[in-house]
Design a protein around this ligand. Structure first.
Ligand SMILES: C[S@@+](CC[C@H](N)C(=O)[O-])C[C@H]1O[C@@H](n2cnc3c(N)ncnc32)[C@H](O)[C@@H]1O
Ligand code: SF4
Length: 383
């Protein structure tokens, strides 16, 4: 084991000297790999590329061990975080010492001596397609200067080799910045991944009219997360363009039927990724009712990241007080429904708590608290 993991930090801080240093609890730069449709290599979904698989033929192993990757790992080990890590909303902060222990465990299992060296890839995300069949108002794909590319066959041939090297225990995601299943060659690419012994995971709008062959292929995936924000077809047509809820639910059933027909076990885990914003919040109860009825066991709700170009949506925090209170009671009803139906759900980034804070009831409480404090201060100043 390299002693830069186990050695006390260069400027030790303990209970006597002050608060312990903290860092992000993130091993991604060590064991996660993401390759964009154009061959750029990122250390996590949040970071800009730190290398590129280009015609010079540089190997992915060398890129993952280059100076930029090593500097990123060093910054996490010291707690002296680079900007994307400082602003990351996915990973929590932990004491540096605890983080080092975690890395030490992961590294020693794989017998790695150098704490800044890459570990075996545990998760591999291949961004096959940056282009999309839809134009969701809130998505980066719809911004006027967005230029997405499709992965070409030459690059995929190199990626196929990486897929073979990482071994079947790693998880392979084929989530694009656009729509994977809209790539003209997506079936051949995903089939190659499956033939290498993986059951890939995908996030998809599932909006296309899929052929039987495409459905059979999707049935071989381990997990399919469907992005849909409402079962109101007119609303979705306006905000996301060509997608209908009824069609999406039918496609889910076709995938399940195909898995049963081909005796595929376990069947793909179907889940939903649901954007909550104004106006999708107002149809959320009926949509969640349909999600439960179709037997989906996992739902992720996401908060809107605002884009300059968006015109049809706004985040819940921008609602006026009456609508916030209305939104809050919808969220409470939705939580109850999901809990009663035993469906797992998360509000990514805990934003329902934020709505709770912004809602009328809490607002009223904090107004009383402010008045109470002000009165207290005045009473003191009269003395
Ligand atoms: C960019 S899409 C790509 C995959 C696929 N085309 C889809 O829609 O599922 C991945 C996820 O990002 C979400 N997303 C897009 N724009 C967003 C925004 N402005 N704020 C938060 N999530 C967003 C989508 O709803 C989707 O669940
Ligand atoms: S379907 Fe997905 S990638 Fe396409 S525009 Fe909508 S959110 Fe973006």
């Amino acid at each position: 084991m390299n002693d830069s993991i186990t050695r006390p930090a260069t400027s030790p801080v303990n209970a006597k000297n002050g608060p312990a240093r903290v860092t992000r609890d993130c091993l991604d730069p060590w064991n996660y790999l993401e390759i964009s449709a154009g061959g750029h290599i990122r250390p996590c979904c949040n970071f800009s590329p730190l290398g590129k698989l280009d015609d010079l033929g540089e190997q992915v192993g060398a890129i993952r061990d280059n100076d930029k990757f090593r500097a990123l790992r060093e910054s996490l080990l010291s707690g002296d975080l680079q900007s994307p890590c400082q602003h990351c909303h996915i990973r929590k902060m932990v004491p540096v010492r605890a983080f080092k222990r975690r890395l030490e465990k992961a590294a020693s299992r794989r017998d790695v001596a150098d704490s800044l060296a890459p570990l075996q890839v545990a998760e591999f995300r291949i961004d096959i397609n940056e282009k999309c069949n839809l134009r969701c108002d809130y998505c980066a794909v719809s911004s006027p200067d967005y230029r997405g590319v499709e992965m070409d066959d030459g690059l995929f041939t190199r990626i196929e080799k990486i897929v073979g090297d990482i071994g079947p225990r790693a998880t392979v995601h084929v989530n694009g910045h656009g729509e994977t299943t809209y790539h003209p060659n997506w079936m051949a690419m995903c089939r190659a991944i499956i033939d290498a012994g993986h059951r890939p995971q995908i996030i998809t709008n599932l909006a296309k009219n899929y052929t039987g062959e495409e459905i059979d292929l999707l049935a071989k995936f381990s997990s399919i997360q469907v992005s849909l924000d409402s079962d109101d077809d007119a609303l979705m047509k306006k905000i996301r363009k060509s997608v209908r809820a009824t069609h999406v639910f039918e496609t889910i059933q076709r995938i399940r039927d195909a898995a049963a027909r081909h005796n595929i076990r376990p069947v793909p885990r179907m889940s939903f990724s649901v954007g909550i914003y104004d106006p999708s919040i107002w149809t959320l109860e009926s949509f969640v009712h349909r999600i439960i009825a179709c037997g989906v066991r996992d739902v992720t709700f996401w908060n809107l990241v605002e884009m300059q170009h968006q015109t049809l949506v706004k985040p819940l925090r921008n609602l006026d007080m009456a609508d916030r209170t209305r939104a809050r009671s919808i969220l409470s009803a939705v939580r109850r429904k999901l809990e009663n139906a035993d469906v797992n759900y998360i509000f990514a980034g805990d934003f329902d708590a934020m709505v709770e804070q912004l809602s009328g009831a809490t607002q009223l409480r904090s107004t009383f608290r402010r008045i109470y404090r002000a009165l207290g201060r005045r009473a003191l100043s009269f003395r």
